[in-house]
Design a protein around this ligand. Structure first.
Ligand code: AMP
Length: 356
């Protein structure tokens, strides 16, 4: 169990690391960031900053030596260079290996009894044509690696679209388009002793492949599918002997929950937990990594909406603070770009306070 004043290293320097570092600070821990980009919004609220490339094994080793515990906030950290220090990292990097390859991830989930979208591995243009014919169109071609927030994805409306796509030169998968009623994620935390707790699932709406908002309570179709979705997420966590926060994204369909993808980390669809749950995803991740007892994950509100601030300057964002129970989180990013997450706003409706 980490003692107050202990140091937690975070691989990755984005907003998830920033919010983790803020929770770590609350518990009296120091944080150290490791990220290749000089402009790290997590480093701005942390102590030391190792600004080194992901393949710099000497720097990674020095970083780990400086920390009492190490975790990550970015799921595309290359796994190879972590091998010499893998046993010092929580969760174990085997979770990264599974989540970084969409094909391995879907096969892993099927072995555990989960249902992903119909898919096929694509290495050649001929395979894409065959898959589009066998699985049908519309569908989505996705690179196996390095995709996030809708990047590395192409919508294939017809076999003719597939014909037009000749330039693909990285391994990919083709997925049949899922006719879903709603999207949701199961976010759980697993402690070092194997205890699992779940937050309530928000209903997620994406725009251009990027999460736009998450709302609680979720619609009835989602609530009705939580049991099998949670069971699958728990089986994933157990099989990986996972410690920390794990997210699994699902489509709610007429045939039950269809697994979309897992994120072995805290997740954008769980940002509402900072103000809307007894213990946030960030605090519970830090608690799990530090070997501390997990906090209660219960929702404390009747209604929650989390809106992302995407792709635009955040200069007017604080104006909404005049509204009741409204909370603004700005990530301190300098440049707004298309699709870039600059911050989020959480609006809560709670039961009346006893002092009202
Ligand atoms: P991903 O990066 O794979 O999570 O995709 C981002 C978003 O694109 C998802 O949350 C869905 O809204 C949409 N999407 C991805 N794959 C599919 C699919 N096979 N069928 C329908 N919608 C999809």
């Amino acid at each position: 169990m980490l003692k107050p004043g202990g140091t937690i290293g975070i691989l990755g320097g984005g907003q998830l690391g920033r919010m983790m570092a803020m929770s770590a600070a609350q518990l009296g821990f120091q944080t150290v960031i490791y990220a290749p980009e000089r402009d790290s919004v997590a480093a701005k609220v942390s102590g030391d900053f190792f600004c080194n490339t992901w393949d710099d094994t000497a720097a990674l080793s020095a970083f780990v030596q400086q920390c009492d515990a190490v975790t990550w906030e970015f799921e595309n950290v290359p796994v190879g260079p972590l091998a010499p220090v893998a046993d010092r990292i929580t969760p174990h990097p085997r979770a990264l290996e599974t989540a970084q390859d969409r094909l391995a991830e879907k096969q892993f989930v099927e072995e555990l009894g989960g249902t992903p979208a119909a898919y096929a591995a694509i290495d050649t243009h001929e395979e894409l044509m065959r898959a589009a014919e066998r699985i049908g169109t519309p569908g989505i071609l996705k690179t196996r690696r390095d995709g996030y927030d809708g990047k590395g994805q192409w919508r294939i409306g017809s076999v003719r679209d597939a014909e037009g796509l000749r330039a693909l030169d990285v391994p990919a998968i083709y997925e049949g388009f899922v006719e879903f009623s709603a999207e949701f994620s199961v976010i759980l935390v697993r402690g070092k002793d194997g205890e699992i707790r779940y937050w309530d699932s928000a209903e997620n709406v994406h725009e251009n492949g990027v999460l736009a908002h998450s709302t609680l309570p979720a619609s009835d179709i989602i609530i009705a599918q939580l049991k099998p979705a949670r069971a699958l997420a728990a089986a994933i966590a157990q099989r990986l002997d996972y410690v920390g926060v794990l997210t699994c994204e699902f489509f709610a369909t007429a045939n039950g929950p269809v697994f979309n993808e897992m994120a072995p980390r805290v997740h954008n669809s769980g940002h509402w937990t900072i103000e809307g749950a007894v213990t946030s995803q960030f605090e519970n991740h830090i608690r799990a990594v530090a070997g501390l007892p997990l906090g209660d994950t219960a929702t404390t509100a009747q209604h929650v909406v989390m809106n992302n601030i995407v792709g635009k300057a955040a200069s007017n964002a604080l104006e909404v603070l005049g509204q009741p129970d409204t909370h603004v989180h700005l990530y301190g990013k300098k440049q707004a770009r298309d699709g870039r997450k600059m911050g989020h706003v959480t609006q809560i409706v709670r039961p009346a306070s006893s002092n009202a």
